[in-house]
Ligand binder design. Sequence first.
Ligand code: ATP
Length: 663
Amino acid sequence: MDAGIPAQRRRREMAAATSGAGRWPLSKVRASRRPPPARVRVAVRLRPFVDETAGANDTPCVQGLDSCSLEIANWRNHQETLKYQFDAFYGERSSQQDIYAGSVQPILRHLLDGQNASVLAYGPTGAGKTHTMLGSPEQPGVIPRALMDLLQLTREEGAEGRAWALSVTMSYLEIYQEKVLDLLDPASGDLVIREDCRGNILIPGLTQKPITSFADFERYFLPASRNRTVGATRLNQRSSRSHAVLLVKVDQRERLAPFRQREGKLYLIDLAGSEDNRRTGNKGLRLKESGAINTSLFVLGKVVDALNLGLPRVPYRDSKLTRLLQDSLGGSAHSILIANIAPERRFYLDTVTALNFAARSKEVINRPFTNESLQPHVLAPVTLSQKELLGSEAKRARGPEDDEMGSPEPLAPPNSASQKLSPLQKLSSMDPAMLERLLSLDRLLGSQGSQGTPLLSTPRRERMVLMKTVEEKVLEIERLKVKQKELEAKVLAQEAVEPKEKENCSPTILRPLSHRSISVAKPLKKAVVLPLQLLKEQAASPIAEVHILKKRGRKRKLESLCASEPEEKAEDCWEPQISPELLAHGRQKILDLLNKGSARDLRSLQRIGQKKAQLIVGWRELHGPFSQVEDLERVEGISGKQVESFLKANIVGLAAGHRCGPS
Ligand SMILES: Nc1ncnc2c1ncn2[C@@H]1O[C@H](COP(=O)(O)OP(=O)(O)OP(=O)(O)O)[C@@H](O)[C@H]1O
């Protein structure tokens, strides 16, 4: 478009545009003159209590401080509050109009300057994204309000006699499991996203409906909304399983010479909820959906971070959602992210995660959470096991008051050196696995003599150093655990191979209690065969143990007098037997890769493609390092069976590499 305009005039109009007097679209000037990428503005909306299970006395775990900041209890130290700062904060009493007028309406005018804009509702499942974006007939949300205003604005600006003629079109699509589906034409299948030579993002084949009135909009939008994929999860009966993207284009044509054209795009997006599948109870299809949702939200987080930090590379291409938004997030586009959060305590961790995702700045204030009736429990985090925590969870399920009263017998004697006051038990619905992780961090920091350095209140750089130390310690512990398992396996293997010797063996060799069982079934037949072709290699190879074949077969259960689970033994077929030591090396190598490898490194593993590698990296960033390879099963989208076959496919190769390699 620029080519036909004399350079002098272009410069004049540019100057007019930047001084606010003209209407030359900043987005259309040459790249070198473009303003620096716009920051994504972030607003947080706290919804009111809607949880029927919340008791009358339940107090929110988060509360607003002013129109831009809020505080939330610090799980680790009840004397402290985490304070977050945003561009805007809307408390539980805020209305739909407050959010719209405060954060959305101001960006609409940029569309008439030919610039793009986007509004994204983000947050955990059930926190109020759809309510914010869509609302109800009584409380219309951002979408109907924005459409109403935009149509009004374009009618006025494009009226006869004005310099520009304006028209509005709408498209409506969903991104479901990384597929782009046209909600106005559900039969059309997965659509491709393309970029033209000017960097504009296009979706060829996507339906565009011209709209001139709000009635037009409703006529298309309401039936299309019913095409959106929703499903019931444990946390929301009608949970959105896809990102719903409403695209409104405002097209402008100048009525007189030089007949310029402009196009402004507005994306109004109701994102699918970020999900912690240990709480949603998702399985099968829901789990798969959730994996795709979490991955694309993770990429969105990276894109927002990169834009707000001014990084040179913004990873738009890593997901369909961000690819679609490439020309409407950053650049000269105007974007607002509305992070929706819930007040119920059972959402505490989700809330912290959402706030951390959205936070521009956070500080720790040295005062208790003001609305929090946290009763100091005499707990020693260093001695609190997951079992005990689960016990307290169960107790809470019986009645929260019991818990409020605290245990008549403190878990640690008062005044003991390890004693700490902790609000952990008050954060009633915190995931036990997550608690265990947080507590293990505590334990490690405690054993490092850094009790005085609360992790979350430490400046970012120091926190990174601390986290690194903690990670190393965790790895060391894991290594020791593996070593222990190895020794146990050796003892077991020895007993299986030499049942008779076992009877006479020294009483000083004891197996760990949990593994001690007395089998009353017939002893297994021993069969260790060295295949002919391997005999030579085995003599020379340092990894000879891999090539020994062991007899194995249909599993059958043996009665066990000691173990709670029946022991499984096998017979009648052959499989490679790997020495426990080698197995442990292989496992450790895999674990190291899972915890330290980039997505690219992970792809070098068998059975790990690009998607799985991203899922793993995403999980790691959200939940911290894997403590054992089996934790892979906790990654959404990776099943237990897949983990099993992944281990089989990789363990020997990596173990062999370890033993034979230069190290
Ligand atoms: N500000 C609010 N005022 C009153 N009710 C609300 C508010 N926000 C959300 N709700 C109610 O909370 C429930 C969950 O909200 P909603 O469906 O919007 O969550 P969501 O974040 O879109 O969930 P999902 O990601 O699973 O789709 C709904 O019943 C909704 O009406």
